[in-house]
Write a protein that binds this ligand. Structure first.
Ligand code: ZN
Length: 426
């Protein structure tokens, strides 16, 4: 199938060069786009091909999310926990570790389908997820991948290994990674955070990552407690511990948050070239502190930490909060927003080729040029302007409607599963 975008204003995501030529988009993983003088006439099209009129519309590369949690999708609007958390560890204990223990595969499927739709409608065509469901581990990653495939969004998954839920759950987590990666799917080896991972599990996870030529994906120093526990239990800091075990030798490794680091840890991260995921709204919500990432590394990408699936919102939040912490520029935030594409390309993952595009209905009161695009990115363009989305050359959102799945049916299913989950959590 070939898509033709007629009369678009194309903005190159790297250079901001504006190109006003028709575009031929070929379907397939890591596919390309081609600028052509003129799209064919409707009556000359092959039956499976399609022309989209983009007159007055902006076309640019779609987005990616560097750290998501689909498992939190059904948390929206749920009742208060039995104890109001007083700190970060209690937020985990009374909210997230209570919720994830109650998830079954149906709830995971509903969460992933709904989450994938939210991603797609927000122009996010590639999601890096970190999943936890300690009593429904087996097949959880396959369930999530299938749901994302149904909606048309590419994924890079892992299971959140931890010693917090006992031996059986841990073994199942290790097996799920092996089964998933042995099947040819792409993923990381997921770990919750240093403070819930013993040395044996950490070693096992790194060996698995090496075996499958991938990286680990772990929460790092999200709260001071992670560092305090590491110093107490091992006499070293979190990043030093990961370094000692070889996690920083894996270039595909993603360290999420990285808020409470000392100079040595920052240097270890910078020198290693591993990646950091910034999730500023989640950090504000959990009141764990905020980081000056410019002092850590340039390999920073943005995530949502499961708060939502709107990466434009994440970018704006990172820019505004970043003013007081690191005096961050629009160019730096845009680079972080787009770094996920470099990460995916360098890591050799599939699903983020140039044939991942979105069409913006952005009727600006001022001219959009290569020189001022960043101003429009921060102060103008938001997800309400996203009209259509193309993933791997396939149209997945057209005029704000899902193409491959029925959104209404899925949200009905999600609400049913949400009620079941909340009931179980009582
Ligand atoms: Zn997270």
């Amino acid at each position: 199938m070939t898509l033709y975008l007629k009369n678009p204003t194309f903005i190159d995501w790297k250079s901001f060069e504006i190109i006003k030529k028709d575009i031929k988009v070929t379907e397939g993983y890591n596919g390309a786009i081609q600028f052509i003088e003129k799209a064919p006439e409707q009556n000359k099209l092959a039956p499976e091909d399609k022309i989209i009129d983009c007159a007055g519309k902006i076309v640019t590369k779609s987005f990616g999310c560097g750290h998501h949690h689909i498992y939190s999708t059904l948390a929206r609007g749920m009742g208060a926990p039995k104890k109001i958390p007083a700190n970060f560890k209690e937020i985990l204990k009374y909210i997230w570790w209570h919720l994830d223990k109650c998830l079954n595969l149906e709830m995971i499927e509903a969460s992933a389908l709904a989450c994938a739709i939210f991603c797609a409608k927000n122009g996010v065509t590639f999601v890096i997820d970190h999943h936890a469901s300690p009593f429904a581990v087996k097949d959880s990653l396959f369930t999530i991948a299938d749901a994302f495939d149904k909606v048309g969004v590419s994924s890079l998954l892992c299971y959140e290994l931890s010693d917090r839920d006992g031996e059986k759950s841990k073994q199942q987590g290790l097996e799920e990674h092996q089964n998933y990666l042995n099947s040819g799917k792409q993923g990381h080896i997921g770990l919750h955070a240093s403070f819930t991972i013993g040395d044996t599990l950490l070693k096992q996870a790194i060996l698995l990552a090496e075996k499958f030529n991938t990286g680990i994906h772990i929460h790092v120093a999200e709260d001071k407690a992670d560092q305090e526990d590491c110093l107490k239990d091992y006499g070293i800091r979190v990043v030093e511990r990961l370094y000692n075990f070889g996690a920083l030798n894996l270039p595909k490794t993603i360290l999420s948050h990285c808020i409470h680091l000392n100079q040595n840890e920052k240097k270890l991260i910078k020198d290693s070239g591993v990646w950091v995921a910034e999730n500023i709204e989640s950090n504000q919500n959990n009141n764990v502190g905020l980081a000056d990432y410019s002092a850590v590394t340039n390999n920073v990408m943005l995530g949502t930490d499961g708060m939502h699936s709107d990466m434009l919102r994440s970018a704006k939040a990172a820019f505004f909060a970043g003013q007081s912490i690191e005096n961050v520029g629009m160019d730096t935030i845009y680079a972080r927003f787009r770094n996920i594409h470099h990460y995916i390309e360098k890591s050799g993952f599939k699903g983020d080729g140039e044939n991942n595009l979105l069409i913006l209905d952005y009727n600006s009161p001022t001219e959009v040029t290569a020189d001022n695009f960043l101003g429009h990115f921060i102060f103008g363009i938001d997800s309400s302007h996203i009209q259509s989305v193309i993933a791997n050359g396939k149209l997945i959102i057209e005029n704000k409607q899902t193409i491959l799945v029925n959104e209404d049916d899925i949200l009905i299913y999600a609400r049913q599963m949400g009620l079941k989950l909340w009931d179980k959590m009582k």
